[in-house]
Design a protein around this ligand. Structure first.
Ligand SMILES: [Zn+2]
Ligand SMILES: [Zn+2]
Length: 167
């Protein structure tokens, strides 16, 4: 989905898009509601997008689906500004910014980027996920095993080992 920059009217452009992306991770078409406005040479895009994605639980390693709602607030600058050293420094302090060149803006790029930026680092199928047994590999959400485990959080386990070394 591309937008021709000269075609963006003064009052802005309201768009509602549905994009299907060929990807194993993206389950449903992406729905995006965007408002595109021009401010001088800059283009401001605000709105939100919704997508269902497939993730792998970091505790039990099972795939699960999750609907993500992502707010969008991005400013596009003309790529020519990059050549201006001073501008370079100032602009990079803005968090959500990007560059465009020519007269076209590819909204699919924007959408892809925003999804990647918002993917959880440690996805969990549920806050209550019990994970798998570190000894026998049994999925503890489905059954119990007979391994003797101390119920220390595995993250604390790492810390404990470090502290033991210190002692
Ligand atoms: Zn899980
Ligand atoms: Zn076990």
């Amino acid at each position: 989905m591309k937008v021709l920059i000269p075609d963006i009217p003064k009052e802005g452009l309201d768009l509602e898009l549905q994009e299907s992306i060929e990807s194993d991770a993206i389950v449903t078409p992406i729905i995006a509601r965007l408002k595109i406005e021009k401010a001088g040479a800059e283009i401001i895009i605000k709105g939100d997008l919704e997508v269902e994605i497939k993730l792998q639980c970091s505790r039990c390693l099972k795939d699960f689906c999750k609907i993500m709602s992502i707010p969008i607030d991005v400013v596009y600058h003309p790529v020519e500004e990059l050549k201006d050293e001073e501008m370079h420094e100032i602009k990079f302090e803005e968090l959500d910014m990007d560059f465009y060149s020519g007269v076209e803006l590819d909204l699919l790029n924007l959408i892809n980027e925003q999804i990647i930026l918002n993917l959880p680092m440690k996805p969990l199928c549920s806050d209550l996920c019990k994970g798998i047994c570190v000894k026998c590999g049994e999925d503890l959400n489905e059954s119990v095993c007979n391994c003797i485990r101390d119920d220390t959080d595995p993250r604390l386990e790492v810390l404990k080992k470090l502290l033991d070394k210190e002692a």
